[in-house]
Design a protein around this ligand. Sequence first.
Ligand code: DAH
Length: 345
Amino acid sequence: MATERIQEIEKEGKKAFPEAGSEEELRELEVRYFGRKSELTGILKGLKDLSADEKREVGPAVQGVRMALMEAFSSAKERVAREGRDWEAERIDVTAPGANDPLGHLHPISLIIGELGDIFTRLGFEIPEGPELETEFYNFEALNFPADHPARDMQDTFWIDSEGLDTRYVLRTHTSPVQIRYMETHTPPFRIIVPGRTFRNESTDATHEHTFHQFESLVVGEAGDLTVGHFKQLGETFFEAFFGRKVSVRLRPSYFPFVEPGFEFDISCVFCGGNGCSSCKGVGWIEVGGAGMVQQKVFEAAGYPRGQYQGFAWGFGLERLAMMKYRIPDTRMFMSGDLRFIRQF
Ligand code: DAH
């Protein structure tokens, strides 16, 4: 009797599971066939009251049906899950263009500093750094700007409140103080460039900014080794590598306390090649900075004996070079923090 009922249960179950259309129906069937109060469980529980012969017959039969229905249940579960998926929503368009993860951009001044590094390390230069917050000694005194000398008025200075300190501090007005710092710990011959941030207390316009960058160069050898001709040549070599075209250098006499003789350093206009255009205001030359042969007083301030060494130095404005290279019309763009500007590089 029990075995007949077991076979009926099997038949019913094998029909019910494939017909189940939802997870909910499946849960009901699970309870009906495998639950604690299900018929199969009831029969299993009743086995202990049967005779040994009956046990041998009913036991395996009920287990076999249970296994078969379990299988039917699990394939029904898979089928319902599959049918329940929204294939349209899950569709992946393999032809769609990829998402564009935006990359950062290097600031044009950083790009220029990187290029300077490439060009000058190839020429055997070192690239030391110095502090942006400088003492009066390194920014002025050691560079032969005597205290209360009118030459200090050449550079509008941000003086830092230094009350109670043993020295007065400034935001460095140029990269020249690094000349002194480097010479204090090195013996010639050597050649360095120093790109860095500088500050002037002045009102801003299209060609002036209170925070800007310079790059200093200093080349020192034994007395008699280096002449003005050397730095003119080095300047031409650098500018031609930097602009990728023929560039001529012109020196005009000028005054800086830390050089003698001192020069304004002009290059032939990189836009018109020297013929005259609106960028060079028709003169064919563009001023890029100051230069000269190092004053012996500067060597002395750095601890070198007077007369033993000779060298040249220059200080160029990086913004000026970047403006020429990338045709940037206004120097205030560099510090504007405007992402639309930065993203163009
Ligand atoms: N430090 C000067 C300035 O900012 C520029 C300069 C002139 C640097 C002559 C030099 C130099 O090294 O030799 O105005």
